[in-house]
Design a protein around this ligand. Structure first.
Ligand code: SAM
Length: 250
């Protein structure tokens, strides 16, 4: 039985043949304004990665035929970070996964306003796309301010954890960066414990202040601004995929 079926044994939706995983966060907020809805309806079908069964491989080169590298952003929120990265790196193809529809609509607007052609959106739980991507296909992964689920009884809901890290270890190329940010002490401790314990990942840290300093190409996110206003300090955990015995194929 696969990992997703363990979460929900009655999990295959007949409509899409996509398995469901148990997801606990919000999927929808306020209704979109008519203008935003119109952009969303016009553009999302061109950007959207359709859900599918986990054994249906998704070759990112079919999404981005000319890209040099593929990056993934998990839970992109309102998409301002993803859009800015896409704008600054036109030769990189970026897949964004986000379940919250209003966040997806916000990224669609950024894509439209900036005329971006290197963004694709998976509007489902990210755990449904990870198994579909090929080995060593990702050169960078961002998980910025993932939901902290601070209560111990909810710890299994946290994105950084053994199952997802095994998937990322498979998907990330040798030397690829995994950038995790959090403002929550419980999550920071948890993520550090799991990342440092995982044999595939090494920490890029050079000194004690490192994790309080955003990486030079970091783009401030909406959640980060909110955390700052409420007096919480963002921490940046920059890890890399350790080299495997065999080099990556080009
Ligand atoms: C605390 S918010 C941070 C958003 C954004 N990264 C930022 O920094 O502003 C976490 C986001 O992750 C999304 N999310 C949580 N679990 C997810 C999952 N399994 N797959 C995709 N998105 C997820 C939520 O919908 C939410 O938008």
């Amino acid at each position: 039985m696969t990992w997703w079926a363990i979460s929900n044994p009655h999990s295959v939706s007949e409509a899409s043949q996509a398995p469901r995983v148990l997801y606990y966060g919000r999927r929808k907020g306020k209704p979109l304004t008519p203008a935003r809805q119109a952009v969303f309806d016009a553009l999302l079908p061109k950007l959207k990665i359709e859900p599918s069964a986990p054994d249906v491989t998704l070759d990112p080169r079919t999404l981005f035929p000319t890209a040099n590298e593929i990056w993934l952003e998990v839970g992109f929120g309102a998409g301002e970070h993803l859009a800015a990265q896409a704008r600054a790196n036109p030769n990189i193809g970026i897949i964004g996964a986000e379940v919250f529809l209003n966040g997806v609509a916000s990224l669609v607007r950024h894509v439209s306003e900036n005329n971006l052609s290197n963004v694709r959106i998976f509007n489902e739980d990210v755990r449904l796309i990870l198994p579909r991507l090929p080995d060593s296909s990702l050169s960078r992964v961002f998980a910025l301010f993932p939901d902290p689920w601070p209560k111990a009884r909810h710890a299994r809901r946290r994105f950084i954890g053994p199952g997802n890290l095994d998937q990322l270890a498979r998907l990330m190329r040798n030397g690829a960066e995994l950038r995790v940010a959090s403002d929550h002490p419980v999550y920071i401790r948890w993520a550090l414990e799991h990342l440092t314990a995982h044999p595939a990942f090494g920490w890029k840290v050079k000194g004690p202040e490192d994790w309080l300093t955003p990486p030079p190409d970091h783009v401030t996110t909406r959640y980060q601004v909110k955390a700052g206003k409420e007096g919480r300090k963002p921490h940046f955990l920059c890890f890399f995929r350790r080299a495997r015995a065999t080099p990556d194929t080009p």
